[in-house]
Design a protein around this ligand. Structure first.
Ligand SMILES: Nc1nc2c(ncn2[C@@H]2O[C@H](COP(=O)(O)OP(=O)(O)OP(=O)(O)O)[C@@H](O)[C@H]2O)c(=O)[nH]1
Ligand SMILES: [Mg+2]
Length: 334
């Protein structure tokens, strides 16, 4: 198989660690010679991993790095921070190297490595490690396709939109779930205006809570625009319909909520609207335990690795499952 020469990419999340790893794949001899010329190793004898100074085109020190040399790739282990990375990329670009976007990797090996780097929980790390071993040899099947919901939820947080009338208690609930004052709460209706995304880890799984402006029937053009925007945005997640059962009730204007949340339970039960599905209760004196329990049940249930975790893999495997006649000829995860 032929590979594109001199492709460079960042393997670690930008600006998130003390070290960052930058890869140059399939360097040609000219670039290898240039690297040798600009890298001054502490110890002269060659080995796979060498500590030394990398110098720029003017001979100035760019960073003290570990240079890791393999047959088909070179890894630069730099200090964290954007400056040395920027200067290394500039240097390699001057030598004709092309940057490729690793944020959205397009083949299985890179996706698995990406997953390992972006796993923020033990569960995700375990699955990423097993996937790295098992996924390349797995055959397309319905079972594998069904694993996608779970796999995706490990690496892409599941979004929950909190919808409800102004003053229903959406923002207060978010603060109680987080156990800190993250979003503004006020007795005045219409406090939250924009979408606010808040990370929450529930039972080792990452979710995104989305606080939104209170929904009400309105002739105001700006409010209507806001609601149209929400109607589109909420299709990328699940909706919790938040209701204060002590005030006049309104139906959820759009979407199909996965649960009804009744707030203000500290001052009485109130009149719950009709709802087909789970009804959860919360008030000023609790920390949203019922909602947390619901998240645990609602998140995709764990399945054994290997699991699919990108839409590209899902698409490829669907093709393999549908087109069984010739899936063996397909490079279905490549
Ligand atoms: N007693 C009691 N008061 C609550 C509860 N939840 C919210 N409140 C109060 O209700 C008012 C509105 O709360 P918010 O959390 O700002 O309501 P919201 O739904 O975010 O409102 P908007 O942002 O305007 O749409 C505040 O004064 C809160 O202190 C609750 O469960 N019990
Ligand atoms: Mg609010």
């Amino acid at each position: 198989m032929s590979h594109s020469k001199n492709q460079m990419s960042l393997l670690t999340p930008l600006g998130e660690g003390a070290l960052q790893v930058f890869q140059l794949s399939h360097p040609d001899q000219r670039v290898l010679d240039l690297i040798d010329h600009h890298f001054e190793a502490r110890r002269p004898h060659p080995s796979i991993l060498r500590l030394g100074m990398l110098k720029d085109a003017q001979g100035e020190i760019l960073d003290e790095i570990f240079l890791e040399r393999h047959k088909e790739k070179i890894l630069f282990h730099l200090h964290g921070g954007s400056m040395s990375l920027f200067r290394l990329k500039k240097l390699l670009s001057e030598w004709g190297c092309q940057e490729i976007d690793e944020e959205f990797p397009q083949n299985l090996e890179k996706e698995c490595l990406w997953a390992l780097q972006h796993a923020h929980t033990q569960e995700a790390t375990d699955v990423a490690l097993k996937n790295l071993k098992l996924l390349p040899d797995v055959k397309p099947s319905q079972k594998l396709l069904d694993s996608y919901d779970y796999g995706r939820s490990l690496f892409t947080a599941v979004k929950y939109f909190l919808f409800g009338a102004p003053n229903a208690g959406k923002s207060s609930l978010i603060n109680r779930l987080l156990q800190r004052e993250r979003v503004v709460v006020d007795a005045q209706a219409g406090t939250t205006r924009d979408l606010i995304e808040v990370d929450l880890t529930v039972f080792h799984r990452k979710i995104l809570l989305v606080d939104a402006a209170g929904l009400r029937k309105s002739d105001d053009e700006l409010e209507k625009k806001g609601q149209e925007f929400l109607e589109t945005a909420c299709t990328s997640g699940r909706i919790l319909w938040v209701v204060n059962p002590h005030v006049e009730l309104q139906p959820c204007p759009f979407g199909k909520p996965v649960a009804l949340v009744l707030t203000h339970q500290d001052i009485g039960k109130g009149q719950a609207p009709e709802f087909e599905g789970p009804v959860l209760r919360t008030g000023a004196h609790d920390q949203g335990e019922e909602i947390l329990d619901f998240f645990e049940k609602d998140l995709p249930s764990p399945v054994a690795a290997p699991v699919l975790f990108t839409s590209r893999q899902f698409h490829k495997v669907s093709q393999g499952v549908v087109d069984r006649a010739n899936w063996m000829q397909q490079d279905w995860l490549g």
